[in-house]
Write a protein that binds this ligand. Structure first.
Ligand code: MD6
Ligand code: FE
Length: 217
């Protein structure tokens, strides 16, 4: 099993890779904030615990999820939606920490999307073997705004396709501190995460966290 050290991924200055017009990977963009982000994730998921949501078909997702922000992304037998309340507790989701807002706005600006003000952050936790099937992010009211997606911990292979499920896709390895910004002509492209390989990272153990920031409302 590969073990990733704290600074394996943080030595280089950030650089940008283009996936498609409108979609970029900002390599290591969040590396300097990683430990503060993980502290915040620990605190947020203490208030609104990570849980397996159900798909509308009744299958349990392999990735565990929580949210912070004005609204959170929820999936259950009724479908997918944004809800101001955590259905597990009946309480509002925790607020977006200021660091999350500045990081998301900074990443969006670096990708060419000015004035990004997210109102929702989905927190995903992957263990080795878990995955996210090919999907579109289309539950947000305002698809003129990009999505900012932060990867922390063990690596994952991100699959990025086209506007149709059957379009060819490219695979991109995402590691600790990488940020994907997704918008414009690719905002509704299909994408997913392949099953994670067993690995360990000094900052997260055998886990990958992904934060996806959206303007949902
Ligand atoms: C993940 N990400 O990286 C899952 N969606 O764990 C997503 O589903 C995603 O990274 C929209 C835009 C960027 C993403
Ligand atoms: Fe997505």
């Amino acid at each position: 099993m590969t073990t990733y050290n704290l600074f394996d991924d943080a030595d280089d200055a950030p650089w940008t890779e283009t996936l498609a017009p409108g979609a970029v990977v900002l390599r290591r963009f969040a590396a300097a904030d990683a430990s503060a982000l993980l502290t915040a994730i620990h605190q947020l998921t203490g208030q609104a615990p990570l849980r397996h949501m159900l798909t509308p078909n009744g299958f349990q997702m392999s990735v565990t999820m929580s949210n912070c922000g004005d609204v959170g992304w929820v999936s259950d037998r009724h479908g997918y939606r944004y809800d101001a309340v955590d259905p597990a507790s009946g309480q509002p989701w925790p607020a977006l920490p200021p660091l999350f807002l500045t990081l998301a706005a900074g990443a969006a600006a670096a990708a060419g999307y000015a004035d990004f003000v997210p109102d929702a952050c989905l927190i995903n936790c992957y263990l080795p073997g878990t995955k996210m099937s090919l999907h579109q992010d289309r539950d947000e009211r305002d698809t003129s705004q990009p999505i900012v997606s932060v990867s922390l911990g063990i690596p994952a292979t991100f699959q990025f396709g086209g506007a149709r499920r059957t379009d060819p896709s490219v695979k991109v390895a995402l590691t600790h501190g990488d940020v994907v910004v997704w918008g414009g002509p690719t905002r509704l492209n299909f994408h997913g995460v392949l099953p994670l390989k067993p690995a360990s990272h000094a900052a997260t153990g055998e886990r990958r966290f992904n934060l996806t920031f959206r303007k949902a409302r």
